[in-house]
Design a protein around this ligand. Structure first.
Ligand SMILES: [Fe+2]
Length: 295
């Protein structure tokens, strides 16, 4: 099944376990944050022990890595905190070592973690989608230019965006004394990990450093506040639209219905089309004829 609602979870409350998936070198430890038990897609806090060495190799799923503390040596180049990798399935990474150890987030997007030693890409690997940069140093903070927008004082850096679905990975920070007094929900899943700092949410209380959530669509969240500010990594499962309101008692079904009503007002023709094709729609996309919706 799809990943369940996990909120709140704080990874400092559990111990690292040895990571022993076939193919991976020894010297990795993990804390599971969330997992799709059908596909094995998962998000984990990972510790690479001092002296960890991984030969050049590839994975059979797109995966993302954010180095949070310590450093890695990738193809001989030392890379520290803030290093972000988006690695498409089948694209070979150079040798990766961590002489002094590091802590990172690892996110395997479609399938269980996999590693196969190879210094060549798979024939279907899309190397042009590989990104490696320092997310702390190489890009600027911007205001979230999605409207309806979050309150001022929440800044965003987009690290990766899926051109087909609009799903994206981003860093966000709440500046000290940030507060937003409304309630939000979205049409897509939302996932976040607190790299440092504590924020408060009306439904789930304080989320400290190491705090994590995986939130299915249409679940109320907010109001929000942060006394001293936070830095976090976030991911969405699709294009994010902020539905805002002030009723803390609505449930996901009511929120889903209200989202349909908002669609009716904003895109009445699309709404009519969806409604008239309910249950037997077979959308075609002439620009991407081979695209299939993955349930
Ligand atoms: Fe949200």
């Amino acid at each position: 099944m799809a990943r369940p609602h996990i909120e709140p979870f704080v990874d400092s409350t559990v111990a690292f376990k040895k990571f022993r998936m076939p193919g991976f070198p020894r010297g990795m430890q993990y804390k599971m944050l969330s997992m799709d038990t059908d596909t094995g897609a998962s998000s984990m806090t990972i510790q690479l022990d001092p002296g960890y060495k991984q030969p050049p190799g590839l994975s059979y799923t797109d995966h993302e890595i954010l180095i949070m503390s310590g450093s890695i040596r990738l193809g001989g180049e030392v890379r520290g905190p803030g290093t972000y990798l988006y690695v498409p399935a089948g694209v070979s990474l150079p040798a990766l070592e961590s002489p002094r150890g590091c802590k990172a987030l690892y996110m395997y997007n479609w399938a269980e973690p996999s590693f196969e030693e190879s210094d060549e890409d798979h024939s279907l690997g899309q190397r042009d989608r590989l990104h490696i940069f320092n997310s702390y140093e190489d890009i600027y903070w911007g205001t979230g230019n999605k409207y309806p927008a979050v309150a001022p004082g929440c800044l965003v850096k987009i690290l990766h965006m899926d051109a087909m679905s609009g799903a994206y990975t981003f860093l966000y920070c709440m500046t000290p004394k940030f507060h937003q007094d409304n309630i939000s929900y979205h049409d897509c899943t939302e996932e976040a990990y607190h790299i440092f700092g504590t924020s408060w949410m009306m439904q789930f209380g304080d989320l400290p450093t190491g705090g994590y959530f995986y939130r299915p669509p249409y679940i109320n969240h907010g109001a929000f506040a942060s006394e001293r500010g936070i830095l976090a990594l976030g991911r969405t499962g699709g294009e994010l639209f902020n539905y805002f309101h002030f009723n803390p008692w609505t449930n996901p079904t009511e929120n889903h219905e209200r989202a349909a009503a908002v669609l009716d007002r904003r895109k009445p023709h699309l709404y009519e089309w969806v409604r008239s094709h309910d249950g037997h729609n077979h959308p075609t996309d002439f620009e991407h004829p081979h695209h299939h919706h993955d349930d």
